[in-house]
Design a protein around this ligand. Structure first.
Ligand SMILES: [Zn+2]
Length: 643
């Protein structure tokens, strides 16, 4: 996810310009195109796996769920999904007749087992004691012949993976909205399953939703049939965290024949315009790393409470509306989610201890695509801004072990895997390898890596072995094992990390220095008139502590930073306003916190407020904002403000 990368309402400028890609017939649902690129038989891997994911109860070293079929009523009145999950299973070990599944806050009604089409009857099952993080194991006895299990169940209104929005919480204000977020371990709040990235399964679904609402899933999108049901199919094997659902008053606009945008009407045109260059990003990815293998690629712009920047649900990336800045300046998040179609969705970390395999690779690929399309200068600026975030995370993480790429066995919660370490340290590690082996060789290596491990879940150690056999063995002088180990198992940022020596921000620094030292603001005003969002972010992130309240007022007056429309710029300004106690920004900061639920912004804003003597004010704002935040964000901010 771009979880961390996290992780919304600015004013959305509804761009009225025509899409650059033409063919933008509006508001029509896309029909799913056959898979492009290599044809893929559905993968049903049942090879034995060592059980090294401690965030699952599933006995996936003994049997695998190979397919899950969901048949569900989406019930807004009770805020529940209600229906049946049918799981196909394949044994990895003979003679094992107990299936253990992950559940959290699910009400299980009945469990029926089957041998082929033949029912073997309802069976007694056990729902074990609940753990706060992991939920409850569901233990089901099987016969030697059992090959599928049918579970009738209901979700809870407080399911962590589902956010139910009232009509008032949406932009249109007329219809309710539901969206899911399964990564890392919330799929178990949506259905009983093997909730580990080590296991891949295909899925299908039948959904019934209230009239006037449209359901979408991370699958081929179904049209309403004669029974009023929508059918979905995901024929490619994916881990459970990529199962996703969104239901609302959702419209569609095409960008090209296999790429388009779903959104609420108010932001549909602006979103299609903002993301108009997605086809170029896809072409760039394919040029470097081989074919896009998932058929359609669509984006859905969710309500502002979506806690992340984006989530790479296959065929349908979930996106925050804070990316709609009106100038395409924040579209690296689209490049990021699209890149996950290779790194993460195609080749997947087999446990959250290896999250850098998903996020570090994706951040690296994202930056290569940004360089390819927009030039080295923008790519380097994005590297430098990310590096600032990484250094802040390394300094503030509660345990040094959490600054390792390979995370420790005693990691307390899989959310801990999604700091900037997995993203940016992972990216810089791959930049290091690229530098040592040379770009030409490294590009070929990565393309082969995505192909050789396609539709598999792997560990860090699998990657190291593959690197050795396919690149290092023939180029032994490029790096030492000690250098490699320091990157993967060492803490903090190694000395061998590239320091992007760039003049990209020199002009920003020169122009600002004279004003910092007490000069007139007029020259800065002239210079800053040409700054991109990236230059603004660098300027704001590096404001000196010595800045006076008078200087803050002058800045705000010259550039209208309070209430800035670009969410990233507004966030950077509010962080500085909090640190320096610049009160005139607080009323707009309050509006921002009440309307934006993206974790990247709100976690740090609440954190900064509580560290700078504003706990009381923060708690009062949070008391009003909390109901509008996603359950995932609520849990995090409860913790931040409890400190
Ligand atoms: Zn990501």
């Amino acid at each position: 996810m771009s979880l961390s990368k996290t992780a919304m309402i600015s004013i959305f400028t509804a761009g009225a310009m025509l899409s650059a890609c033409g063919n933008s017939s509006t508001h029509e649902a896309p029909h799913d195109t056959p898979l492009r690129g290599q044809s893929e038989a559905p993968e049903k891997s049942v090879s034995a796996l060592a059980k090294d994911d401690k965030f699952t109860y599933a006995n996936y070293d003994e049997m695998h769920v190979t397919h899950i079929d969901l048949n569900l009523d989406v019930n807004f009145d009770t805020q529940t999904l209600d229906g049946v999950a049918t799981l196909d299973i394949a044994r990895v070990k003979d003679g094992v007749n107990t299936l253990i599944l992950d559940t959290k806050d699910l009400t299980i009604k009945t469990v029926e087992i089957f041998a082929g089409e033949t029912s073997e009857g309802d069976v007694g099952y056990a729902l074990e004691a609940a753990d706060k993080v992991l939920g409850q194991a569901l233990t089901i006895p099987l016969t030697d012949k059992t090959d599928s299990v049918k579970i009738s169940y209901t979700t809870s209104p407080k399911a962590e993976g589902l956010q139910w929005l009232s009509p008032e919480q949406t932009a249109g204000k007329k219809k309710p909205y539901l969206f899911s977020q399964a990564q890392p371990i919330h799929a178990r709040t949506m259905a009983p399953l093997q909730d580990t990235p080590a296991v891949r399964m295909t899925y299908s679904a039948t959904l019934r939703v209230p009239d006037g609402l449209r359901p979408l899933m991370s699958a081929s999108q179904g049209e309403k049939d004669a029974n009023g049901e929508y059918k979905f199919d995901m024929p490619q094997a994916i881990p459970s965290y990529l199962i996703a659902i969104a239901v609302g008053d959702i419209q569609f606009k095409a960008i090209n024949d296999h790429i388009g945008v779903y959104a609420e009407e108010y932001i549909l045109d602006a979103s299609a315009e903002e993301f108009a260059e997605t086809p170029l990003m896809e072409a760039s990815n394919e040029k470097f790393y081989g074919p896009y293998r998932w058929g359609r690629y669509d984006l859905i712009v969710l309500p502002p409470s979506f806690p992340f920047g984006g989530m790479e649900n296959p065929r349908l990336s979930f996106m925050t509306p804070t990316l709609i800045a009106g100038d395409k300046s924040l579209t690296n998040v689209v490049a990021h989610e699209l890149a996950h179609s290779w790194s993460g969705n195609l080749v997947t970390n087999s446990s959250w201890r290896d999250a850098w395999l998903n996020e570090g690779f994706t951040s690296y690929v994202e930056n290569r695509v940004m360089e390819d399309l927009y030039g080295e200068r923008r790519a380097v600026m994005e590297q430098l801004l990310s590096l600032q975030d990484l250094k802040a995370d390394i300094a503030s993480l509660p345990r040094p072990e959490l600054t390792q790429l390979k995370l420790p066995t005693d990691m307390a919660h899989p959310d801990d895997a999604f700091s900037q370490v997995a993203y940016v340290k992972g990216q810089y590690f791959l930049m290091f390898l690229e530098e040592r082996f040379g770009r030409a060789k490294f590009d070929v290596f990565l393309k082969n890596y995505f192909n050789d491990f396609a539709f598999q879940s792997i560990t860090t150690e699998d990657f190291i072995k593959y690197l050795h056999e396919n690149l290092h063995k023939d180029n032994p002088d490029a790096l030492t094992r000690a250098e490699l180990d320091e990157w993967i198992y060492g803490q903090g940022l190694p000395d061998t990390a590239k320091d992007p020596q760039s003049s990209a921000f020199d002009e920003v620094e020169i122009a600002s220095q004279a004003w910092f030292e007490g000069g007139n603001i007029a020259p800065l005003k002239t210079e800053a008139g040409n700054w991109s969002t990236h230059e603004w972010l660098h300027f704001l992130n590096t404001l000196p502590d010595s800045l006076t309240q008078v200087q803050f007022e002058a800045l705000d007056e010259a550039f209208s930073l309070t209430g800035a429309q670009n969410a990233e710029t507004a966030f950077a300004w509010y962080m500085q306003a909090i640190k320096s106690g610049y009160e005139p920004a607080f009323s707009d900061l309050e509006d921002f916190l009440l309307s934006v639920g993206r974790g990247k912004f709100i976690y740090r804003l609440y954190g900064a407020l509580s560290e700078n003597g504003k706990e009381q004010w923060a708690s009062e704002v949070y008391a009003r904002a909390r109901a509008g935040y996603h359950p995932i964000a609520q849990r995090r901010i409860d913790e931040i403000l409890a400190k």
